[in-house]
Design a protein around this ligand. Structure first.
Ligand SMILES: Nc1ncnc2c1ncn2[C@@H]1O[C@H](COP(=O)(O)OP(=O)(O)OP(=O)(O)O)[C@@H](O)[C@H]1O
Ligand SMILES: [Mg+2]
Length: 257
């Protein structure tokens, strides 16, 4: 079993009486593309929100590289190398694709106590660096030709690639993707998978929430399944496919076909 980059212990979060995430303990192996599956409402996105600081847990702990990061704010976690995309991308629609990428935090804000002149020239340097980095990242996700287009005018699949670009501005070691292939045409999905696998070869760890079982089976290892707030399965993709409980309850029509 590979060492864990991220692990949770008895992580819990309720909304009123609903235990959306109920004592979840799991390990994300470093260097993996871990698949997180489960029916609608299982608690997958809520778990992501807990791991990225968007929501505070009621109980339990989250460790990143063995350090306790429970309850840390999103900016702090981003700076520590956790990037995430949202189930519904929300770019600034009237700003360009490039500007959207440039707005992502990069963790290079530099010193805060410098003289005004030095400060201005550093800001210019910094803006140049960020712009160049954003162009490089857009090139990587194949969006460079659309850099000057309003982000509100690109396709849903291109928005998912832009989400990935924004995440990459922070040089994350761990990227959480919430349904990256949902509503994306097959060609762009292939592009996205190609980029994910390239980053993974370079050492980036991924956790991917996905309903498309074909996607999960082909690209994710290990697979973790949640239902009603709990982890109900952890294993290889092949084991997931052979697990009768998963087949019946969680994989649905795809697996039964
Ligand atoms: N902010 C919130 N306030 C109240 N209830 C919430 C909130 N966020 C999520 N829930 C509820 O928590 C449960 C888990 O939701 P969550 O979005 O985590 O599920 P999911 O596994 O991501 O589902 P899906 O596959 O449909 O995206 C659901 O019953 C949902 O309605
Ligand atoms: Mg969700």
């Amino acid at each position: 079993m590979a060492e864990a980059i991220l692990s949770t212990h008895a992580l819990s979060r309720s909304f009123g009486p609903l235990k959306a995430v109920d004592a979840v303990s799991l390990n994300i192996p470093r260097g993996s593309i871990t698949g997180l599956i489960g029916p609608n409402g299982a608690g997958k996105s809520t778990l992501f929100n807990l791991l990225t600081g968007a929501l505070k847990p009621d109980a339990g702990t989250v460790l990143l590289d063995g350090r306790d990061i429970t309850g840390d704010a999103p900016n702090a976690l981003f700076a520590q190398g956790i990037g995430r995309t949202f189930q519904i991308p929300r770019p600034f629609a009237r700003m360009s694709v490039l500007e959207n990428a440039m707005l992502a935090p990069t963790g290079q804000t530099g010193e805060t106590v410098v003289g005004p002149f030095l400060f201005r020239s550093r800001m210019r340097d910094q803006e140049r660096r960020i712009r160049q980095k954003a162009l490089d990242v857009l090139e990587f996700v194949t969006l460079a030709p659309l850099a000057d287009h309003p982000a509100g005018k690109i396709s849903g699949g291109q928005m998912k690639l832009l989400e990935l670009a924004r995440v990459l501005m922070g040089d994350p070691a761990l990227i959480l993707l919430d349904e990256p292939a949902a509503g994306v045409n097959p060609k762009l999905t292939e592009t996205l998978i190609g980029r994910i696998e390239e980053l993974n070869r370079q050492g980036t760890t991924f956790v991917i929430i996905e309903h498309d079982m074909d996607f999960v089976m082909r690209h994710c290892e290990p697979v973790i399944a949640m239902a009603q707030g709990s982890v109900v399965f952890q294993g290889t993709a092949d084991e997931a496919m052979a697990n009768p409980v998963l087949l019946d309850a969680y994989l649905g029509a795809t697996a039964n076909a």
